[in-house]
Design a protein. Sequence first.
Length: 256
Amino acid sequence: MSHLSFPAYEYLAYPPAQPIGRQLRQLTSEVQEAALLLVNVYGLCLAPTSSARKKMMALFGAREVARREQIAQDCLTPAARHARQIGMPVIYAADSAPRIDLGKSRFGEIQRDHLGYDPETAFAENCNDPHEYQAGTSGLIEYAPEIAPQGDDYYIRKWVYSAFYLTWLDRLLRNLGTKTLFCAGFNGDSDLWCTMLEGQWLGYRILLLSDGFAAVDIPAAEPVMPFTQRLAHYAENCLGYTCTSAHFVEACKEVR
């Protein structure tokens, strides 16, 4: 077997009076036992006239969309390309609108009242069976060519924050023999975070690409430390480890 070797950060929160703190260690993973998971990377790097990009702008604003597009171009696209080159599975997880009356659920209520969109219409796609999914298309689930799923990639349609909850993701990873899951994408504070948390509970070693994700910042809570940076530290403390996309790419190159 070929193996990846890469530096990763962890945070040691003991002893209480004077924690050891952030530490760098060298980790390894067999290529055949690793996978790259990209969560909610749709609607980015598209033409300004694109319906999906306009809707992303309406949801998150120009500054946040620009930040995500920079992450997609600088970190996610190279990571996915190099993972494919060494035969590592690349898995996409994205929002969807199954016909399960999401609009009547507590989840749907929060999406409408707190976030300003209805999941039953926001994530409809015209490529699905209309008996199983909401018919029509919102135009939001669209991928630019450079970040789009490729022929051998895998695609999971999730309907709540976690890509594991009542989907085929866990079964897919077990069939692939995955033990180490490199994670990246959006939204770092909800969809990506809940996915990583549940992945840890299911027994996967979680590696967050520290420069390959972004959380939705809440201005009132930002003065001390940006939410994205804080979540990276939390991941190092209670979920697993972080590594940079550059270190991930370099590890893939060494395998090649």
